[in-house]
Write a protein that binds this ligand. Structure first.
Ligand SMILES: *Cc1c(COP(=O)(O)O)cnc(C)c1O
Length: 389
């Protein structure tokens, strides 16, 4: 009796129908029929995948979806948001080149820029995102790009993307659109050349994936993807598939999150136990006018607020009373979470640096999820009252 070896069994037969949902291509490599096909693929004359570190249908599906939402031609996915930012830096700048970055970037992004400056000789100039003329003044013939965030963490500085792109002239602007997503703003329509995401946050939106995405022209994505492939900072197929699944409900999630967030910001703004509430759509926010112009649908799910005194002890008490709103060092989950910037994202700063950045010990950051407004209002109210009593 002859039989096939187990390693040759269990492959899926070709079907005249196609799956309604994209399958997961959980495979390291793809079988190539012959050398003619291999060469045609490498020359770009035939479409196909060869090795998942380089490309995979699930990577491609997610990258193309995000690129389309961002009004850009091409995209690539990475093992995390930091992976995307690292590949943009490594793919677009080399030793001896120069980049401009905003002072208020995500903490790890600032660390990455300092690391690449120290170890790889990429010169970095740090500027104030609120002053576009600083971008113009910092640009030199060696400047490869400038990097900003659409809205910063945790005090929610709103970047005037078009004014910065204009000040930079021919220097490409890279925008980290993690906080605002293409549902609320498409930075490319304001002059950005590259848009990046920590897809671990809103694009996936369910708190169960680590992933990054970059979108740009095909020319720039080729350079960025080269770094991804060489360093092996690729995403995996299953997480790419999960993220595409999450992405399909991005419009609904962002609509609800924005609506709840504005109402909570207004509630916190007038609460007697709160000294200050930071939200771009509150009238006392420094970029309120710009925010209402750029973000007619809302600015996302982040609010920061300061307790009225009591230092970190008061914050700890607040966390214990608000135990249904977990203290979790992430954002953009389906559930509402809170964080304490002074002891997490801004911990590495000295006390005086934190003071200069406006990060007080009593500052709490809220990432609003999908719970009803009334539930969150009542839980926050009870915890705030308990802290001051
Ligand atoms: C979380 C985050 C990152 C880093 O993304 P990871 O997926 O955690 O690596 C980058 N930028 C912003 C604005 C973020 O919030």
């Amino acid at each position: 009796m002859t039989h096939d070896h187990v390693t040759r069994l269990g492959h899926i037969a070709k079907s005249v129908t196609t799956p309604t949902c994209p399958p997961i291509y959980q495979t390291a490599a793809f079988d190539v029929p012959d050398l003619d096909v291999l060469h045609a693929m490498i020359r770009g004359e035939a479409h196909g995948h060869i090795y998942t570190r380089d490309s995979n249908p699930n990577h491609q599906a997610l990258a193309e979806a995000v690129a389309a939402l961002e009004h850009l031609d091409a995209g690539a996915v990475f093992s995390s948001g930091m992976g995307a930012i690292a590949c943009v830096l490594l793919g677009l700048a080399a030793a001896g080149d120069h980049v401009i970055i905003s002072r208020s970037l995500y903490g790890r992004t600032l660390q990455l820029a300092a690391y690449l400056e120290r170890r790889f000789g990429i010169a970095v100039t740090t500027v104030d995102v609120q002053d576009p003329s600083q971008f113009r003044a910092a640009a030199t013939p060696k400047t490869r790009f400038a990097l900003i965030e659409s809205i910063s963490n945790p005090l929610l500085d709103v970047a005037d993307i078009a004014a910065i792109a204009d000040a930079l002239g021919p220097v490409p602007l890279v925008v980290d659109n993690t906080f605002t997503t293409p549902e609320l703003i498409q930075p490319a329509l304001h002059g950005a050349a590259v848009v990046i995401h920590s897809a671990s946050k809103y694009l996936n939106g369910h708190g169960d994936v680590m992933l990054g995405v970059a979108a740009a022209s095909a020319h720039l994505i080729k350079k960025i993807s080269e770094a991804m492939t060489i360093f092996g900072i690729n995403a995996n197929p299953f997480e790419s598939w999960l993220c595409l699944r999450g992405l399909r409900t991005l419009p609904l999630r962002m609509q609800q999150i924005c609506a709840t967030t504005v109402r909570l910001a207004e509630f916190l703004h007038t609460h007697p136990a709160v000294r200050k509430t930071h939200h771009p759509l509150l009238p006392d926010h420094p970029q309120h006018t710009l925010a209402t112009q750029l973000y007619p649908q809302g600015t996302g799910g982040i609010i920061a607020f300061e307790l009225r005194g009591g230092g970190q002890d008061a914050v700890s008490r607040f966390m214990r009373y608000a135990h249904t709103i977990p203290f979790s060092p992430t954002l953009a989950d389906t559930r509402t979470t809170l964080s304490h910037p002074a002891s997490t994202s801004h911990r590495y700063m000295t006390e005086s640096q934190r003071a200069a950045a406006g990060i007080t010990d009593e500052l709490i950051r809220l990432s609003v999820g999908l719970e009803p407004f009334e539930l969150l209002r009542d839980e926050l109210d009870a915890a705030l009252r308990a802290v001051v009593s």
